[in-house]
Write a protein that binds this ligand. Structure first.
Ligand SMILES: [Zn+2]
Length: 391
């Protein structure tokens, strides 16, 4: 029989519907799938057979019955393959190996310092090789590699600009694909963090959220109606370069008074160094926070100011997007204890009343490798989409 394009599309959609019901409602019976999807039992049965054959799902013992024979239950085979996610920081690489549902099987943390692109690439490859070797046996093996990078990434996976890594126009995706012969996704680190929070972190209950990544620079990942919005060319979220003082300090982007000059980890470090708080003029965030722990007054004042400056940019974001949630993530989230009162207070004072209704301002839970989980989830989802293509 000749299968038309339209029939193929319908089949793909139905198969995706069935698989998603199994992923989200495991264990579930064929009858319940039919009932919840509105598909007829014959269609469900044939799609389930295909998914069983592809080892994406499996059958388990009989479940509860409302009378009569107890039905066979279907479960998602989350160990059908494994995905790798890397959070590529300015001085660290955090890699995770996850199953298809995002459960971390292994993680690997590697620190490095001020190296060339080639050397950083070698560290990246080393972490990936370690995780590939750590993967348990599975029908599909490693299904993909995702990397979250702190910079502007185009849709081809080139890192166009990562000032804090000193990178310009590097074909990261092509290099990793060539080395491992696996599908590779490169995503901006803030987008990866936003998706990670939405899927696995404190953003799970919200469909409209903005993740503000505050590290050496500031970037944002935008989730609208449950989906990542990355802009026409993939460059959305460069909020660190919104002008908050047109007569302000010179930014390396060419503008003046950019938000990240007043509210990032870098600005905190610079100010602490100006106050000669460090021994050698290169104080670290950890040292600043331990001084705060000891209630060192000048540090507390500095952190309060950073909190207020952070709030000014966030207020602009709230006014622009009217989100349900703002998540402050990345390195400065470690200063939550000292900056949160100013952040919350300033937002309450200066946000328009309409926009205050239903807004939640939260901090990331830094014990979760949220960016790595986010890019790993992108890889798993791409793999599942590819399996749903009708042959
Ligand atoms: Zn700038």
């Amino acid at each position: 029989m000749h299968v038309t394009w339209n029939q193929q599309l319908v089949k793909k959609e139905n198969k995706s519907l069935v698989l998603n019901l199994i992923i989200n409602h495991s264990p579930i019976s064929r009858a319940d799938i039919a009932q919840q999807s509105g598909l007829n039992k014959g269609t469900v049965s044939s799609l389930v057979s295909e998914l069983l054959e592809e080892q994406l799902i499996y059958e388990s013992g009989p479940g509860e019955s409302s009378g009569g024979r107890r039905p066979v239950m279907l479960l998602f085979n989350q160990g059908a393959g494994y995905s790798i996610g890397l959070d590529l920081g300015v001085n660290y690489i955090l890699g995770v190996l996850t199953d298809l549902q995002g459960n971390v099987v292994f993680s690997k943390n590697e620190k490095y310092k001020n190296t060339t692109y080639e050397e950083t690439l070698n560290h990246v490859k080393k972490v990936i090789s370690f995780l590939i070797n750590a993967a348990p046996p599975s029908p599909y093996g490693i299904v993909g590699i995702g990397i979250g990078a702190p910079g502007i990434v185009n849709k081809e996976g080139d890192v166009l600009l990562a000032p804090n890594l000193g990178w310009k126009n590097v074909s990261l995706k092509a290099e990793i694909e060539e080395a491992f012969h696996l599908p590779v996704i490169i995503e901006n680190e803030a987008n990866a963090g936003a998706y990670g929070e939405k899927k696995f972190g404190i953003g799970q209950q919200f469909d409209n959220l903005i993740y503000v990544s505050v590290g050496i620079g500031i970037g944002a990942g935008i989730i609208i109606n449950g989906e990542l919005y990355s802009g026409f060319n993939g460059h959305s979220g460069e909020v660190g370069h919104m002008t908050i003082d047109k007569n302000g300090m010179q930014c390396r982007c060419g503008n003046k008074g950019c938000w990240e000059l007043y509210a990032s980890e870098q600005s905190l470090l610079s100010k602490a160094n100006e106050l000669k708080l460090g021994n050698k003029g290169d104080i670290s965030l950890g040292e600043i926070l331990s001084l705060a722990e000891k209630e060192e007054q000048s540090v507390l004042v500095l952190l309060e100011e950073i909190g207020r400056n952070l709030a000014y940019g966030i207020i602009n974001i709230i006014h622009s997007f009217n989100p349900q949630q703002i998540i402050i993530g990345n390195r400065l989230a470690a200063a939550k204890k000292w900056i949160e009162p100013q952040v919350q207070d300033t937002i309450q004072k200066f946000t328009l009343p309409f926009h205050q209704t239903d807004i939640n301002v939260n901090f990331s839970d830094l014990s979760l490798p949220i960016s790595a989980l986010g890019v790993s989830a992108f890889s798993s989802e791409n793999f599942l989409k590819s399996k749903l293509q009708v042959q």
